[in-house]
Design a protein around this ligand. Structure first.
Ligand code: CP
Ligand code: NVA
Length: 338
């Protein structure tokens, strides 16, 4: 059995530095195989429950297609299909699902929900996003950086925008673990939580990653190889006016990219975990933009459509990163050294 076997991945810190790096490489390895139409049924006949309390396009599709390609049977359990969140507790649900399924994915609000599922189900549980963490985003993000630059250590990632949300916190810790220099560039009230920063700083001592938390764009963006952002208002929040006022200066636009100094040397990419508010083609977009007189929010359409954008590779990598995580924690096979 491999060292991942039976593990739940509820946040980055459930993995060691070596394990996180391994999953990045194994994800890219599985992507390479998938491109040749090689799908080894590492999880043949496993049943996997996919619980979605919050909406999802990528995570739901990535878990479903990854499970299928590994030979497993994924079952979608949306909040309107099951009793959880209405009239049954997490603990009872976990005991029942754990007796029928081999593993559980959970996307929802509270981190305590996914922790309780892991505690009471007795099977591996994977966090598909909570208010606090988004680990199945971090691994594919690091994969995307590595497939573009060939390495991770020594590169610099600059994240602009809401620095206190799930994606920012996961990215900060994940970069620190992978030895990637990381700047969170946000107004003071939206900078990372002190306890998360402390975790990241602990890893940074081990890996040599440099961490910068700043409200100054020039400082944060200087020498960055990866510029990334996330929505200004996350699922479950509704404070558009406040966030727009605070975050408009932190929009990923061409002048922000120019501050990296890498516009012309092929050493810059742009990521976005998606969904993104970069134009007027969505209902919420139209409503919010018109109300506040904006055309774009966290990322301009010009940057989104530019030569730097790798957000759709990043989305595709969700599938292969998640596949790596599922195959290692649920598969009984020896996993290859890469
Ligand atoms: N990035 C991400 O988690 O996308 P979904 O919300 O579509 O799953
Ligand atoms: N921070 C965002 C990420 C979406 C993938 C949210 O939680 O809505």
């Amino acid at each position: 059995q491999n060292q991942f076997y039976g593990k739940s991945i509820l946040k980055e810190t459930d993995l060691s530095v070596n394990e996180l790096n391994y999953l990045v490489d194994y994800g890219l390895h599985l992507k390479g195989l998938a491109k040749q139409n090689i799908h080894t049924k590492l999880l043949a006949d496993k049943n996997i429950a996919l619980i979605f309390e919050k909406n999802s396009t990528r995570t739901m599709s990535a878990f479903t297609t990854a499970a299928n390609e590994l030979g497993a049977h994924p079952v979608f359990l949306g909040k309107d299909e099951i009793h959880l969140f209405h009239k049954e507790s997490i603990e009872d649900t976990a005991k029942v699902l754990g007796s029928m399924y081999d593993a559980i994915e959970f996307r929802g609000f509270r981190q305590s929900s996914v922790e309780a599922l892991a505690k009471y189900s007795g099977v591996p549980v994977w966090n598909g996003l909570t208010d606090d963490w988004h680990p199945t985003q971090t691994i594919p993000d690091l994969m995307t950086i590595k497939e573009n630059f060939g390495h991770l250590a020594g590169l610099k990632v600059a994240y602009l925008g809401d620095g206190r949300n799930n994606v920012a916190h996961s990215l900060l810790v994940g970069c620190a673990m992978a030895g990637v220099n990381v700047a969170i560039v946000s107004p003071e009230s939206l900078q990372p939580a002190a306890e998360v920063l402390e975790i990241a700083q602990g890893y940074a001592k081990e890996t040599g990653a440099e961490i910068t938390i700043t409200s100054d764009l020039a400082t944060g963006l200087k020498d960055a190889n990866v510029v990334t952002t996330d929505v200004w208002v996350s699922m479950g929040e509704d404070n558009w006016k406040e966030r727009i006022d605070l975050l408009l200066p932190y929009q990923v636009n061409m002048s922000a990219l120019a501050m990296t100094g890498h516009l012309d040397d092929g050493q810059l990419i742009v990521l976005h975990c998606l969904p993104a508010f970069h134009d007027l083609r969505t209902e919420v977009g139209k409503e919010v933009y018109v109300k506040y007189g904006l055309k774009e929010m966290e990322i301009t359409d010009e940057v989104f459509q530019s030569q730097y954008g790798r957000q759709f590779d990043e989305a595709e990598n969700r599938k292969h990163g998640i596949k790596a995580m599922m195959a290692t924690t649920l598969g009984t096979q020896f996993i290859p050294k890469i």
